[in-house]
Design a protein around this ligand. Structure first.
Ligand SMILES: Cc1cc2nc3c(=O)[nH]c(=O)nc-3n(C[C@H](O)[C@H](O)[C@H](O)COP(=O)(O)O)c2cc1C
Length: 211
């Protein structure tokens, strides 16, 4: 039985969002194909995702200097404890599905806060004399992203920084490849929007059979 983390960074559901619609098609089909897998939905707009702030730095500093977790202030305990939960949950999973819209060439900021919460030395990567090494080898990741323009090829391709960032950080964690499923061009060619969406939903269902 595999554990799947379905991580969505969107304030809307599938009725208003193309990326969430493709994500839902993927995860619903995945559930049917893999009924024994455990799927955990992390809705980042509803979850408590602490940012790395002064409380987190002071809490980490106290732990590094040998103080017990119980010695941390309430704020430090809340935030550092939650960050630990998130990174432990990430390490325990076997497969990751990220769902984000493309906003201003990247993903919503809550996704960055989440990725910061799981980028932890000793858990997702470690430092060696040869440089950092990822610890999540053998896991799989998929990123589903809707974007109004075209970024798969053409002049805008190099401007896209959301998928590229997730790819870099997955590789940093040792995950060899990040698959991408894109719903794109529906704002550029609005008369084809429904067709573009339907096509992406079909691709999402197909991918769920083999992911
Ligand atoms: C705040 C914001 C920023 C956006 N930035 C871009 C962008 O940089 N490039 C682009 O092609 N489309 C951009 N769009 C359009 C969205 O990528 C497009 O509407 C996409 O469908 C959003 O995903 P969703 O349908 O899951 O909400 C932006 C939309 C919003 C609301």
């Amino acid at each position: 039985m595999a554990q799947i983390l379905y991580i969505t960074a969107h304030p809307h559901d599938d009725s208003q969002s193309y990326s969430m619609a493709a994500g839902k098609a993927f995860i619903d089909t995945y559930k049917q194909v893999n009924p024994n897998d455990e799927i955990i939905h992390l809705d980042l707009y509803k979850e408590n995702i602490p940012q790395i702030d002064a409380d987190v730095f002071s809490g980490w500093g106290k732990l590094r200097s040998g103080q017990a977790f119980d010695d941390l202030s309430l704020e430090e305990k809340d935030k550092v404890g939650r960050l630990n939960e998130l990174s432990d949950q990430f390490v325990a999973a076997d497969k990751y599905i990220f769902v984000t819209p493309l906003w201003n060439f990247s993903f919503p900021p809550i996704m960055k806060a989440y990725l910061d919460s799981v980028a932890v030395a000793g858990k997702t990567f470690k430092y060696t004399q040869e440089g950092p090494v990822g610890l999540l080898t053998g896991k799989k990741a998929l990123h589903i992203q809707a974007r109004g323009g075209f970024y798969s090829e053409g002049p805008a391709a190099e401007l896209e920084m959301g998928h590229r960032y997730i790819k870099i950080i997955m590789s940093f964690f040792g995950i060899p490849s990040l698959e991408g499923l894109f719903v794109e061009g529906h704002n550029a060619v609005p008369e084809k929007a429904e067709e573009i969406k339907a096509n992406a939903i079909n691709r999402a269902k197909d991918l769920a059979h083999v992911f």
